[in-house]
Design a binder for this molecule. Structure first.
Ligand code: FES
Ligand SMILES: [Fe+2]
Length: 393
């Protein structure tokens, strides 16, 4: 019995030391993270505690909550959260758990004038205060004013909604200031979201995050879609910074929305055809091009399942273009096709990771962001110290 109890801890210890060993390798000799990092339940529990309960997590664009009462629910590291526009049109995040006998409250996304529990109808205002509770007058110890749904930290950055369970986390705008300066020329805050969906894929969340961080797979995995438009020889993969990594690619001019609109006077020179691939730790992934953007917000739902918010849209000049609607359709069709390919690739990786003979191989120089992501994961879970001696531009 004792042996059984000790097993998960031992396994976690060996996964953590393997990860620390892999992370200590210099980049020219770097290898992928060990399989246990993707397949171990104990490692996932550690990620939830040390990463998802600590860092800022993006749940989508603030413009998707337009008017008072618009809400989105989100399960953050086991804490049900509702993010909404309150009566003053302010963004607010609240615990989505009833204060009576602790049922969850809202589900999915929508609009509501108040939050009504579907168990005994305790009813909350949009600021979290308790508006009413049926048949509670006889309970003389009960005082409505004592009840208010706990607030969760919620901040907006360049049009994105971020939430965190960590009262001590520095403001998201402070954390991402270096990135904000780096991509200021795109004006990402003005990009218009045209679709937002949620999906669950059968892979580990980090496999999907890593897939997004490298464009090495574009010519092969995406041979039928975006592969032919991408020029790996023009790709730049600088070392990442503390809160994010990034790389730049250029797109062939035959994809009109991948290049700046003729009315776009903000972007100059090479920026008119440059795409930024941004990975904000832990799980906010953005493709930002001169004409469109798309993104994933990932959260684990078990070692082999990842929940994602998948959204995208156009820059304001393409939205205002007479052919704006056509561009949106073209973009969505293309991204759906690309996603089918990415889903196949990332689900295959997860099946391989579970094999007895699975062993991590070397990373290409085109996979620099994956190396930086490994350093971040190793810092959070195994306590290694990251070094930024080679500063990014
Ligand atoms: S649990 Fe919500 S009203 Fe009873
Ligand atoms: Fe891909």
């Amino acid at each position: 019995m004792k042996q059984l109890e000790e097993r998960p801890v031992k396994l976690l210890d060996s996964t953590l030391s393997e990860l620390a060993g892999t992370a200590a390798r210099p980049f020219p000799d770097a290898r992928a993270m060990p399989p246990g990092v993707y397949t171990s339940e104990a490692f996932l529990a550690r990620e939830l505690e040390k990463i998802f309960a600590q860092d800022w997590i993006c749940i989508g664009r603030s413009a998707s909550l337009k008017k008072p009462g618009d809400y989105i629910t989100y399960d953050l590291a086991g804490q049900p959260v509702v993010v909404l526009r309150d009566g003053d049109n302010m963004l607010r995040a609240l615990s989505n758990v009833c204060l009576h006998r602790m049922s969850t409250l809202l589900e999915g996304a929508g609009n509501t004038r108040s939050i009504v529990c579907r168990y005994h109808a305790w009813t909350y205002n949009l600021d979290g205060s308790l508006r009413g509770a049926p048949f509670m007058k006889e309970t003389t110890g009960f005082c409505k004013e004592d009840y208010r749904l706990p607030s969760i930290r919620c901040e907006e950055w360049l049009g994105w909604i971020y939430i965190t369970l960590n009262a001590q986390a520095p403001a998201i705008g402070e954390t991402l200031k270096p990135l904000e300066d780096m991509i200021a020329q795109y004006g990402m805050e003005n990009y218009v979201e045209c679709f937002r969906e949620t999906h669950v894929w059968d892979t580990n969340w980090k496999v999907l995050a890593e897939n997004f961080m490298e464009s090495y797979h574009l010519p092969v995995c995406h041979a039928a879609t975006v592969g032919p438009y991408s020029r790996l020889e023009e790709m730049e993969c600088p070392p990442g910074l503390r809160a994010f990594n990034y790389h730049w690619i250029t797109k062939d001019a035959s994809l009109p929305i991948g290049n700046a609109h003729p009315n776009n006077t903000r972007l100059e020179g090479k920026w008119r055809k440059t795409t930024a691939l941004l990975a904000i730790y832990p799980s906010h992934l953005i493709t930002l091009t001169p004409g469109y953007f798309w993104y994933l917000c990932l959260h684990p739902k078990g070692v082999g399942k990842v929940h994602m918010v998948f959204g995208g849209g156009l820059s304001p000049d393409f939205i205002d273009d007479p052919k704006g609607l056509d561009y949106i359709t073209t973009l969505k069709t293309l991204l759906d096709e690309v996603n089918v390919e990415d889903r196949q690739c990332t689900e295959r990786v997860f099946r391989g990771l579970n094999a007895e003979k699975a062993a991590p191989g070397h990373l290409s120089y085109l996979e620099r962001p994956i190396y930086d992501f490994m350093q971040y994961i190793a810092e959070r879970t195994a306590g290694i110290e990251r070094s930024f001696a080679v500063a990014a531009e």
